[in-house]
Design a protein around this ligand. Sequence first.
Ligand SMILES: [Fe+2]
Length: 353
Amino acid sequence: MRDRPKILIVDDEKLNVDLIEAFLIPHGYEILRAYNGDEALEIIFKEQPDIVLLDVMMPGKNGFEVTEAVKNNPETIDIPVLLVTALSDRESRIRGVDAGADDFISKPIDKTLLIARVRSLLKIRAFNMLQKEYRKSLEKEVSKLTEDLQKMYDKLKQAYQDTIYRLSLAAEFKDEDTYNHIRRVGYISREVSKALGLDKNLQELIFFTAPMHDIGKIGIPDDILFKPAKLTKEEFEIMKQHTLIGAKILGGSDVDYLKTGAIIALNHHEKFDGSGYPNGLKGKEIPIEGRVVAIADVFDALTSRRPYKEPFPIDKSLKIILDSRGTHFDPDVVDAFFSVKNNILEIKEQFKD
Ligand SMILES: [Fe+2]
């Protein structure tokens, strides 16, 4: 509240304004004047007075209309309005209450009564201002807390992502893959998910959990995993188990991330034509999470160096993907993959081995 409260006097009779001003000036108030409703509203919005002393009968906007305008605006609703009515004009008082006036005073104005009303309205005004300030500081505090919480959440997510990478790496240590392969599969899967228009939440789940697709390799004997020659039929049967082992490691949890991780571990070797493993699922029977990660995993493996092979050129790898449209891979997923080809090549560049 200001040191010198501002009081706006509104009356179309200049003499009335002079009179009221003469009553108030000795009490140290700053006085503003207006001679019609429109002028009054302009000053109210600009100056935010602490009280408005308002005559009812005025040409143009009358006192009720001005009161309504003040009370219907959140910026001015807290400014007390003191209506000046003719003595015992009951009708005007009822309309004034409806319009939102805070108090009344009758003409001819009694000086003592006027000062008493003004003081009590100023107290209400001060209380309202205090409350407003308190509300504002509370809002500020809440938004700061929300921001802190968001930061903590981001940190936690970051820690979570890093833990997944490291955990997946534990499995990959038994394999030829690299930390960057794990990351790339996550990023490429997210690009493809986006291009497919999957739900935002699902895009994020796939992004975070695709890196765990081979976590089940932790359960495959080293002599099979590291065999430099082609696997025998029996050995390959054991190798296939990494999908089931992964699903077992990640499954049975209520946490969305682990649930999605389990779906991906189980289904990333299924093929669209039904010739994949472990369940030989066909077409759209294969969960979309599996269909997406399959393409990301194969493309990244083709274009990466392995102890037994040089990386295939990008063009050759892309052709292999395209040739497998409808056999190994879901045609829709292949189309989505090619629609974001440039982004995928950028990811390859960004997370080079
Ligand atoms: Fe795999």
